[in-house]
Design a protein around this ligand. Structure first.
Ligand SMILES: NC(=O)c1ccc[n+]([C@@H]2O[C@H](COP(=O)([O-])OP(=O)(O)OC[C@H]3O[C@@H](n4cnc5c(N)ncnc54)[C@H](OP(=O)(O)O)[C@@H]3O)[C@@H](O)[C@H]2O)c1
Length: 304
């Protein structure tokens, strides 16, 4: 895997990908590279205008790219159901779902269904989306679910007794919770598909620190200023940051139940390599508890 780059992506003609949050940052770079390698790519975006602009940018580089967009708000389970229903009610194939969209460090806010916004967007929305699309994905060719977590998962835990932060909320603690949930979910999905003998790979990735809109769109105050400086001084490009999730999505060597992050110092930058999740994020009992809670909160099951 040494110094894996997008040049190592084989022809993806005939393969279909859904990339969430694909108008910006890592999602856009992922969609752009997949499309440039012949894949059919559905970008999900929060508005028609953002979707059209992203598709136009990709087509200006690759005029024959098979790209389209659909609107999806992961913080709203009605939107997730509508999006998934439109896919499953059509002939659209999904070989690979890239659960990429995310929000970081917003002030406390609740979603339409009453969930804390980072947990809802980063975890619950993707949990529901994966469950609703799972029958389509499992029929796919080299089927995969890629979940994008973060180094921040290491400081995370699930606040089972205060999931919405009503008693105590810190933007960072709740971002960490959501990224910890991403790891628990992807590893539990891997365990469950293996146990059921279903040929779907569940692969985790993180991008180190990559300069995108993530650091400035939701944080406020001093945190926003620090993030802006960090993006200039410490971060790698979004193009480099997308490599780990691209590797997870397409490379034959990417293994289910594995986590891929950058190979540089502190996993902050570099080329994809296998990395270790925090030991607490590999706890099967916590993962089972989160899975069952997520089924209850979203009303979505996986049918196995
Ligand atoms: N950049 C990093 O250093 C870094 C580090 C660790 C992990 N990550 C993870 O990487 C992933 C991608 O982030 P990024 O860095 O590329 O940030 P980004 O440039 O801000 O992109 C995030 C994407 O998610 C979308 N999104 C936000 N809330 C959404 C919602 N409710 N429903 C649907 N889509 C929503 C955004 O849409 P809008 O444009 O409409 O806001 C955007 O398309 C995230 O999961 C993030 O946690 C990033």
């Amino acid at each position: 895997m040494d110094r894996w780059t997008a040049a190592r992506i084989k022809d993806q003609s005939g393969r279909s990908f859904v990339v969430t949050g694909a108008n910006s940052g890592l999602g856009f770079e992922t969609a752009r590279q997949l499309a440039a390698h012949g894949a059919r790519v559905m970008l999900t975006t929060r508005s028609e205008a953002k979707g059209q602009a992203a598709v136009d940018r990709i087509k200006s580089e690759s005029p024959d790219a098979l790209v389209e967009f659909r609107v999806l708000d992961l913080a709203d389970l009605d939107s997730v159901r509508a999006f998934a229903g439109a896919i499953t009610g059509s002939a659209i194939a999904v070989d690979v779902l890239v659960n990429n969209a995310g929000v970081m460090f917003p002030p406390r806010a609740l979603t339409r269904q009453g969930f804390e916004s980072q947990f809802a967007t980063n975890h619950l929305g993707h949990f529901a989306l994966t469950g609703l699309l799972f029958d389509t994905i499992r029929r796919g060719n080299d089927a995969r679910v890629v979940t994008v977590s973060s180094l921040e998962h290491r400081g995370g835990s699930i606040h089972f007794d205060d999931l919405t932060g009503v008693r105590s909320y810190s933007p960072r603690a709740f971002y960490r919770q959501s990224k910890f949930a991403n790891v628990l979910f992807a590893l539990e999905l891997d365990r469950r598909v293996r146990a059921a003998g279903i040929p779907v790979r569940s692969v985790l990735a993180h991008p180190g620190w990559s300069a995108t809109n993530l650091q400035t769109s939701a944080p406020t105050g001093v945190m926003k200023q620090l993030m802006r400086i960090g993006n200039r001084v410490l971060a790698q490009s979004a193009e480099m940051g997308a490599l780990c999730q691209l590797y997870a999505a397409v490379d034959p060597g990417a293994e289910s139940g594995s986590f891929y992050g950058p190979d540089g110092l502190g996993e902050l930058r570099g080329h994809p390599t296998r990395v270790r999740p925090a030991p607490s994020a590999t706890d099967a009992e916590t993962a089972r508890r989160l899975w069952e809670l997520s089924e209850e909160l979203t009303g979505v099951g996986f049918g196995f």
